[in-house]
Design a protein around this ligand. Structure first.
Ligand SMILES: C[S@@+](CC[C@H](N)C(=O)[O-])C[C@H]1O[C@@H](n2cnc3c(N)ncnc32)[C@H](O)[C@@H]1O
Length: 368
């Protein structure tokens, strides 16, 4: 069995019975259309997005030390492991205990992998705790595949999808003692709710939606996804721009998910830490799925550029038509990558420093 470091006491998860139950169908292929036999309705598979592009962006070498900060069911990690040799090491993190429980079963005989339940904001302490596993305290590659997995979307107990009836929960981890989406919509005051829906969902009708939610909860507690979706649908004016493109509740559910899980704060802290953890020449690649995430990644990378990092994707890479046709969930994906300079550059307070040609100690030009 793969042994985790002492701070990863995840393996005693109460979900281990579920993991064992799905061990057989959870084979080599991530695309096998099976369902976990635990009554949640969840698929025990997830089609990883832009795998070849992510691999190429990370420039993995056989002995690379890698962190996959969003391990999920290990779809990307499986592909990365094909490149890593016997000396390669991969630490997989995820805040979702259920995903990790299933993944543990899959990677049980893989000594190059360790899995730990952790949030992005805990990445530095996780890497420090795994210095012996890595044989180093800096990394060659770090990968983030943001958002939710198919496992989460299909789980009827978590309410990530407003297309199916489920408890209005939206927490990525039940262990983290944070309020569920139902707690938020039933208790938050109207103005704060409107601000959350506007800020994290970019919903222009946020005030109307908040008003409708407050009116509805005065009649009865809003407990189910379909109830909330119906309330939002009635409140959002029919818009030609969005007609047929996205469900009227998309933005509100996105906002609640981001708020409940503190996703943007997590991303901000996690990216700062990840950039620091890279060894010279190490690479960070991030797949994001909506503009709020992508904007954070873009700004972090621009800021790192002023410290000598090289942005490898001036424009984000997007999936090809065939991938979108095969996996519609990939359609909003944006991949950005950055590399830590192999030779340290002097830190400059001049925000335009990255536009100037810089020279190292020997007076040689440094290329970006
Ligand atoms: C899109 S899925 C990753 C799928 C994975 N690449 C695969 O191929 O199976 C995103 C995963 O990131 C996890 N996640 C999201 N935010 C996180 C955070 N702040 N800290 C740790 N894990 C997070 C989710 O629980 C989810 O399992």
């Amino acid at each position: 069995m793969i042994r985790a470091a002492s701070i990863c006491d995840f393996y005693q998860s109460s979900d281990s019975a579920t993991a064992a139950a799905v061990a057989a169908p959870f084979g080599a292929s991530m695309e096998r259309p099976t369902h976990a036999s635990d009554g949640t309705g969840a698929r025990d598979w997830h089609i990883p997005v832009m795998v070849a592009e992510s691999q190429a962006a990370l420039l993995l070498k056989p002995n690379a030390r890698v962190v996959d900060a969003t391990f999920g069911l290990g779809g990307h990690a499986s592909a990365f492991l094909n490149i890593l040799g016997q000396d390669g090491r991969l630490l997989g993190l995820d805040r979702d205990e259920r995903a990790l429980s299933l993944a543990t079963t899959k990677f049980i005989n893989e000594p190059r992998v360790q899995l730990c339940k952790a949030r992005f904001s805990e990445i530095a302490e996780q890497v420090a705790a795994h210095a012996a596993f890595f044989g180093a305290d800096a990394l060659d590659a770090i990968f983030f595949d943001l958002g939710v997995s198919s496992l989460q979307l299909d789980d009827t107990e978590r309410g990530f999808s407003f297309q199916r009836d489920a408890a209005l929960d939206l927490r990525m981890s039940r262990d983290e003692r944070v309020p569920s989406a139902a707690d938020v919509v039933n208790t938050m005051d109207e103005e704060a709710l409107a601000n959350v829906i506007y800020q994290y969902g970019e919903e222009h009708a946020s005030r109307r939606v908040a008003r409708a939610i407050v009116e509805a909860r005065q009649r009865a507690r809003i407990a189910r996804t379909l109830e909330l979706a119906e309330i939002v649908k009635k409140a959002v004016p029919y818009s030609r721009a969005d007609a047929g493109r996205i469900h009227p509740a998309t933005r509100t559910f996105q906002a609640l998910r981001i708020y409940v899980n503190g996703e943007l704060d997590e991303l901000n802290v996690g990216l700062d830490a990840a950039l620091e953890l890279l060894a010279p020449g190490g690479r960070l690649a991030v797949l994001s799925y909506h503009s709020l995430e992508d904007r954070i990644v873009k700004l972090k990378f621009r800021d790192a550029e002023t410290r000598g990092f090289a942005i490898l994707t001036k424009k984000p890479l997007v999936p090809g038509d065939s991938e979108i046709a095969e996996n519609p969930r990939s359609r909003s994906a944006r991949l950005r990558a950055i590399e830590r300079p192999a030779v340290a550059r002097p830190v400059s307070k001049n925000k335009y420093a990255h536009l100037a040609i810089s020279r190292d100690d020997r007076g040689e030009e440094l290329k970006s």
